[in-house]
Design a protein around this ligand. Structure first.
Ligand SMILES: C[S@@+](CC[C@H](N)C(=O)[O-])C[C@H]1O[C@@H](n2cnc3c(N)ncnc32)[C@H](O)[C@@H]1O
Length: 245
């Protein structure tokens, strides 16, 4: 298991090549933000925001949108704060280090992408979003689903709580949402996501083969690459739902 500390240069490099931490093209993100229908001055909360790239794009495309990102990862949050300053968004984007389950505010728009586990799973996340977005508001929910029957190795990696797509839609309805939009990540988005999730360390390894951490980093990269190609490529899907109530 990796022994890289949070203040380590490797922790910063780990996701440095990712635009965001989800399988999503820029064109696809634009469609999702369109469907979210952001009004000027809207408050957007991003639960499990990572470094908040999508939140910042929401603020950039609509004048006056204010964004709050909540995440537990200090490295991601620091990256996001730096990006917000560079893009002139520091006044409108706030990134706070906290467990999403402790956030008790409300917001007209909510983002929750790849973070349902932080609420205890898909159903719990959909219910939590329904309670924090007032009636008339919308949420963008991104979550994994089984696109094909998983082999035991895939279940071992992702657990046995992943739903199928029909179950995901049913769960949204059960939590009181109407599904305004549904789209799934395509294979190219997945391949780009997976490759970029390893690229930061791949580049480091190529340049630092004699570093004492090189063996461990190389092993980690090879395992991740093998798991993706052998165990879940084309099996784990990722869906984006724009929800309203
Ligand atoms: C797959 S990433 C997605 C990040 C971001 N939504 C994006 O699309 O780039 C999941 C995020 O959830 C965060 N996370 C996990 N558990 C959390 C918790 N209990 N409270 C807040 N954030 C959490 C992780 O730190 C990580 O940044």
């Amino acid at each position: 298991m990796m022994v890289v500390g949070m203040d380590d240069d490797l922790a910063v490099l780990r996701r440095a090549r990712m635009r965001w931490n989800t399988p999503l093209s820029v064109a696809h993100a634009d469609v999702l933000l369109d469907r979210l229908h952001l009004d000027a001055g809207a408050q957007v909360v991003d639960l499990g925001s990572g470094w908040g790239e999508l939140l910042m794009r929401a603020a950039e495309r609509t004048h006056g949108v204010r964004g709050l990102g909540v995440d537990t990862d200090p490295v991601a949050l620091e990256r996001g704060r730096l990006l917000a300053r560079e893009r002139g968004l520091a006044e409108r984007i706030e990134l706070v280090q906290a467990d999403v389950s402790t956030w008790s505010g409300t917001a007209e728009r909510a983002l929750c992408i790849g973070s349902s586990h932080a609420f205890g799973g898909t159903r719990a996340a959909l219910e939590a979003l329904a309670s924090l977005v007032p009636s008339g508001g919308r949420a963008l929910f991104g979550d994994g689903f089984w696109q094909a029957s998983p082999k035991p190795a895939a279940v071992e990696i992702f657990g046995d709580q992943i739903l199928t797509l029909p179950e995901l839609v049913d769960s949204s309805r059960s939590a009181g949402w109407r599904v305004l939009h549904l789209s799934t990540a395509d294979q190219r988005e997945w391949d780009e996501f997976e490759s970029s999730s390893r690229a930061g360390w791949q580049e480091w390894l190529l340049a630092n083969g004699s570093d004492p951490r090189a063996g461990e980093v190389g092993e980690w990269l090879d395992t991740r690459e093998r798991q993706y190609i052998q165990d879940y490529r084309g099996v784990l899907g990722f869906a984006y739902l724009v929800l309203a109530h």
